[in-house]
Every structure is written in structure tokens, then in C-alpha cells.
Design a binder for this molecule. Sequence first.
Ligand code: ZN
Length: 273
Amino acid sequence: MEQAIETYAIDHEAVIRLVVFIGVFLVMGLWEWLAPRRRLAVAKPLRWVSNLGLLAINSVMLRLLFPAAAVGLAWSAADLHWGLFNRVDWPYWLEVVAAVLLLDLAIYLQHVLMHRVPLLWRLHRVHHADLDIDLTTGSRFHSLEILLSMLFKWVVILLLGPALFAVLVFEVLLNGMALFNHANVRLPALADRVLRSLLVTPDMHRVHHSALVRETNSNYGFNLSVWDRVFKTYIDQPERGHDAMTIGLAEFRDLRQADRLPGMLAMPFVSRP
Ligand SMILES: [Zn+2]
């Protein structure tokens, strides 16, 4: 049984990720279009071309450089008996749950580092400079940040030796949740409260895209909301409210720099204006 799940994960990794991405994109895209949370500051078509263009560049780059992806690496780690979970003999389901939780914690910590280390912030600010926040913001990262994240994930996988299925579940959750929690949508207040006790909701993550530095440096979680509470980086609501708050970074307000592909790709290398 376990072997069958593991084989399924390695054989269908790419197609499962693609299907979930397209599915969540369509649902959240439709929701945003029918009932947008905030009025967007920038015209959508060209912003979407920029954000999705960057996603396309990154996807091609990753497939060319790392055809086996993270699940493939977990397979090698299992083969070599590397990493914690390849050394212990826990029940399979427990290993899967523990690995997904630890991967989520690792991504939280990586995100904090991207903000705190000046050189890394140069890369990560491309994600934050978007003058609006909607589902396409969730997949806009500078190509160098994507490469660095991949290397970081490699190290974590070699240390953890997680089940292939755990890596697949985590990657699918991360991709789906990034689309969900960047979406320009409004959940009913009660639903937001209930969901937020466990998961990152759009209102919770929007605080992280505020131009106020105190708020930019909060709510780092992507999937589980618990890490921000545990590590005291949680802010409940934006100081100026969801409608009046400024999205983006105070130092990058020029549209061509913040939301056009050449400007976005060059952003890590420009000095602060
Ligand atoms: Zn961030």
C-alpha cells in the first residue's frame, strides 16, 4: 500500500500539480472577478502579463535545471537512507503528517530569513513590490529567489528524508494556498475567524503585503497560521483597514519598476531610489 502511494506520487507529480494549480486558479480567479475585495490600483491585464510571465519564465527554468523536482530528490534520499524519516520506523501516516508540518515550518523560517537578511530581501522585495495583491501575486517571485528556494528545499529534504507522498502533498498545498491567500476576495467574517485558527486566510496574508514596514514584517506563514502565533510575528488586521491600506513597498511606487517584467527582473540590482 505504502509503496503504491509512493510510486503514484513520483509518477504523477507533475500532472497533479498542474491540475490543482489550474483548478484553484480558475476558482479563485472567478471569485475575484465576480466579487473583488478591494478596488485594484493598477490596470489588471498588463499586471497579469507581468506576474504570469515571471511564473512562466520560472517554470521553464525549473524544468530545464531540475527535471526531477523536489519529489525526485526525496526519492534519492530514500534510496540513500538519508534524513531523519529514512532512519526511524514510524507508521507511514505519522511520517507523512510530521513531514508536511516540518516542511511548512521550514518554509516559514525561510520566509523570515528572506525578510531579515538584506541580500535576500533584495530578491524577495520583487514579490512585495506588486502595487496590488491578487492571486497572480502568489506566484510572482524573482527567478533567483525561486532558485534559492529550490536549493533550500533540497537541504531540508536531505535532512528530513520525507516520504515522496509528503513532499507531493506539501507542494500541492503550498501552490494552492499561495493562490488562495493572495486572492482579492472576502471571506465571511466568521469563516475567516474559524479558518484562521489553523490556516492562512486572504485577510491574514494581505497584512503581509502592506507598505507599512511593521506589517510587511508580519504574517510570514503560507499554509498554517500557527507559526506566526508561536513565533510572535502575527498581526490580526492592517492598521488602516483592508480598503484604505497601501499595498506594495514605499520605496517602489513606479509602475514600470514594480509591475512590468523588465523592471521586476532588474529590481534586486537597483539601489534604493
Ligand atoms: Zn514576504
